[in-house]
Design a protein around this ligand. Sequence first.
Ligand SMILES: N[C@@H](CCC(=O)N[C@@H](CS)C(=O)NCC(=O)O)C(=O)O
Length: 214
Amino acid sequence: MADKLTLHEDPRSGNCYKIRLTAALLGVPLGRRRYDIMKGETRTAEFLSLVNPNGRIPVLEIACPDGVRFLPESNAACWFLAAGSSLIPDRRFAQADVLRWMFFEQYNHEPNIAALRFWLAFIGEANLSAAQRAAIPAKQVAGEDALAVMDRHLAEQHAAGRGWFVGAALSLADVALYAYTHVAEAGGFRLRDHRHICAWLERVAATPGYIAMA
Ligand SMILES: N[C@@H](CCC(=O)N[C@@H](CS)C(=O)NCC(=O)O)C(=O)O
């Protein structure tokens, strides 16, 4: 019997969307349990003890005959879903290269681009703490740097006749980076300054099985 999969999520989160997009591209059914992170629903004693001691979504719940397991961290959940599929290349270097972009996404991209989107589009600049307001300029620069790295890499791939982050096919590297890049303008970033990113966003959205975030 196949594992029963449930995503603990807030639908506004790009980290959660990555997992839904991975499942959709692979045709894997995914149940959904919703939380409102603005109301602290992932910080309750029950959530911390049962679902994720780190107090955050997404968490992929995997129910199999042996019992139920909870897998936090978006990219780990995407990897779990995509193991053995075309979203993870066969070759060892290419697999590591996919991981390289997924780590880049978590270290250089998401903490800047997703944070600014969340602060500006959901919390609102007027409601930010002094520390958050003071952190905006550095996040703008670091987020812009991440987009520039992506655009340069896609330009090199384009010159080599390839349209994706790793090799010649869509992989989890593209899925992970797509989630917050395609909504980066909500964080104040100008995507139209990055023409290779814009063309790549269109390619991802045209992939069979693609679902939109909303
Ligand atoms: N590295 C984690 C980041 C998880 C994360 O930051 N989740 C946010 C929403 S995108 C959250 O749950 N925030 C609620 C909170 O911190 O209380 C991942 O990739 O899953």
